[in-house]
Design a protein around this ligand. Structure first.
Ligand code: NAD
Length: 257
């Protein structure tokens, strides 16, 4: 299997290059952002653009960011190349585009490629379905490194979606999108709240808290090394290479592996 990596000089891109090189797949090369001054490890083939990368790859792994989604989708559909997409901070329009391209190519799209968070999403949905929303307030907290640009994290949003799904709530109606700062009044019954922290080099910490007047139940995940995401993305690449067109999650990869 031939794998191409977009943004190969990035934090995730460079780790992915190492993972792919150590696997039985062939790393055909990667793209870098035009004008980027980041160093690329020796021996990596830098490809001119996403179209060229897509044409010489069976699967492209993409952890670049929300701004590239449209261009990458167009190139991958043109060459009928499978897409592992880990970028977060996507707009509703981006999400619709991804659904559309998945009608013609296989796409695994996950806000978090770790096995632990994949399981946590399933647990959060199950807990939300079991604990009544009139009694149990659902809060999601997350902390990431100082360079992260989107907030709340894609994983926190995915966890909120899982809670809303378990409660059979409409996601956009259920989430509290207002910062809690100043005289904000009491919490609305049934809403899903977020608490976001940024600092240092935190790879990714998430918690889902169900708090009633009598008890608290919390599930937590701490990513201690970004390699967990790279390994998950590579697992998804091997899996998706044999799949028909469709939009898949990391839960599909783990359940059907
Ligand atoms: P980063 O800034 O270190 O890396 C992104 C790289 O993409 C940069 O090197 C940038 O120059 C490059 N890039 C941007 N536009 C490009 C273009 N048009 N062509 C080629 N390269 C381009 O960031 P990061 O920490 O590696 O994270 C990247 C993305 O992945 C973020 O959206 C982050 O939230 C997400 N992420 C997802 C997971 C997951 O499991 N899904 C895990 C970690 C990070």
């Amino acid at each position: 299997m031939r794998i191409g990596i977009t943004g190969i000089a990035g934090r995730m891109g460079s780790l992915l290059a190492t993972e792919v090189t150590m696997s039985s797949a062939t790393l055909v090369g990667g793209t870098v952002r035009p004008g980027s001054t980041r160093l690329v490890p020796d021996g990596i083939n830098i490809v001119a653009d996403i179209s060229e990368l897509a044409q010489c790859s069976d699967v492209v792994i993409d952890f670049t960011g929300a701004s590239t989604v449209c261009d990458h989708a167009t190139a991958l559909v043109a060459s009928q190349t499978a897409w592992i997409l880990g970028s977060t901070g996507l707009s509703a329009e981006d999400e619709r585009l991804i659904e559309k391209v998945a009608q013609t190519i296989p796409v695994v799209h996950a806000a978090n490629f770790s096995a632990g968070v994949t399981l946590m999403l399933m647990l959060a949905e199950q807990m939300a379905a079991t604990l009544p929303e009139l009694t149990y307030d659902a809060e999601i907290s997350e902390m990431h490194h100082r360079h992260k640009v989107d907030s709340p994290s894609g994983t926190a949003i995915a966890l909120a979606r899982a809670v809303a799904k378990g409660r059979k709530q409409e996601f956009n109606d259920a989430i509290n999108q207002n910062p809690r700062f100043g005289h904000v009044g009491p919490r609305k019954v049934g809403e899903i709240g977020f608490a976001v922290m940024r600092g240092g080099s935190v790879v990714g910490d998430h918690a889902v808290i169900f708090a009633s007047p009598s008890e608290h139940l919390t599930i937590q995940h701490h990513a201690v090394d970004r390699r967990v995401f790279a390994a998950g993305a590579l697992q998804a690449a091997f899996w998706v290479n044999t799949q028909p067109a469709g939009l898949y999650s990391m839960q599909d990869v783990i359940r059907k592996a």
